[in-house]
Design a binder for this molecule. Structure first.
Ligand code: BTN
Length: 338
């Protein structure tokens, strides 16, 4: 369901469902007749009824039926483009929003969009992913309408060496989208895992196409566990959701809007002022910045050491326990050693 006039990608949500959602949401206090909805979005009343049933299956509480009219009982927590677009006005993310009810991976779609010349700022959102990608070839569990699964296409005029900063700034944007005074145990584990009480609820996968000196496009894929009431058994020891930790439901729509607005802010700051503000902010909010005893696992080795700040490109410095000096960690998994 892309916003603005543009060719829809195969499988995107029908933009008329998007309009239906907006209509119901805008008129949440009144009953809207099936005939009026049908006329406004240009389909039959039977089609309206079928879509209402589809929305109900997704948990949208719609009261009434075709004869009496429909009425939304609670604002739907669907990441619908029209609802998002008007709240993202003034950012590059308001114009090209591709929404899927179900897709393999939003990053895979966004990479294809990047390849086909889609402009900076396009975003891809799914209610559910069947093959969500995580870092290091892992998968990302993407339960239907419980989390945020979003990929953002950027075309920054930077060299690939500075790409880790994109990941860092996305982590900061996501952190500030959820942070409130009631989350004392909120942390960022380099480069971008958001943790609550030591368990991960948000991960970021940055993929890009680049030449040695220039990035053609980068895709920042963000997975944020919001309303999962239980994590899959194989993840429960290390992963969590906002709902599990805070014992309440959250609006995915509001979190995503804040996240994208924050991303706009940090991205602009990075482009105009360079890396320093991002590095300073990371130092303020991450306990992993300096002095943390960690285990580093890369493709070729595992070692322990103490974190020693970030380089200007955003990579982590670690002073090895084995006397091997301080080295930069370009990629790899970081775990606290207790
Ligand atoms: C990690 O391993 O920590 C990164 C996880 C990134 C998951 C997100 S969900 C939206 C986007 N689409 C994907 O396939 N992956 C990212």
């Amino acid at each position: 369901m892309p916003t603005k006039r543009q060719a829809a990608l195969p499988g995107t949500t029908d933009r008329r469902i998007d309009t239906l959602l907006s209509l119901l949401a805008e008129n949440s206090t009144i009953v809207v007749s099936g005939a009026k909805i049908a006329k406004e979005i240009g389909v039959s009343r039977q089609q309206v009824w079928r879509w209402i049933e589809k929305l109900r299956a997704l948990g949208v509480k719609v009261k009434g039926h075709a004869r009496t009219g429909y009425h939304i009982e609670r604002m739907p927590d669907i990441l619908a483009p029209q609802l998002l677009s008007r709240r993202l006005y003034g950012t590059p993310f308001a114009r090209r929003i591709h929404h899927f009810f179900k897709i393999d991976s939003t990053n895979a779609v966004a990479m294809r969009l990047g390849e086909s010349g889609e402009p900076h700022g396009a975003i891809v959102i799914a209610e559910e992913q069947t093959a969500g990608r995580g870092r290091a070839g892992r998968s990302w569990a993407s339960e239907k309408s419980a989390g945020i699964y979003c990929s953002i296409l950027l075309q920054p005029a930077i060299s690939p060496a500075h790409a880790p900063l994109l990941t860092l700034l996305a982590g900061l944007a996501a952190r500030e989208a959820v942070a409130d005074g009631a989350m004392p145990a909120l942390d960022i584990r380099w480069p971008n895992d958001l943790l609550l009480a030591g368990r991960k609820f948000c991960g970021i996968l940055t993929e890009m196409r680049a030449e040695p000196d220039r990035v053609h496009y980068a895709v920042i894929g963000i997975g944020l566990n919001v309303n999962q009431s239980k994590m899959p058994d194989w993840l429960a020891a290390s992963a969590t959701s906002l709902r599990i930790e805070m014992e309440k439901q959250f609006s995915r729509l509001e979190i995503l809007i804040r996240l994208l607005r924050n991303l706009d802010h940090y991205y602009n700051q990075f482009i105009t002022e360079g890396a320093q503000p991002i590095l300073r902010r990371f130092a303020e909010v991450s306990s992993y910045f300096k002095g943390k005893h960690v285990r580093i696992t890369t493709a070729t080795e595992t070692y322990t050491g103490v974190t020693a700040g970030l380089e200007s490109s955003g990579v982590l410095r670690v002073t090895r326990d084995d006397g091997g000096g301080t080295q930069a960690v370009l990629s790899g998994d970081v775990a606290e050693v207790s």
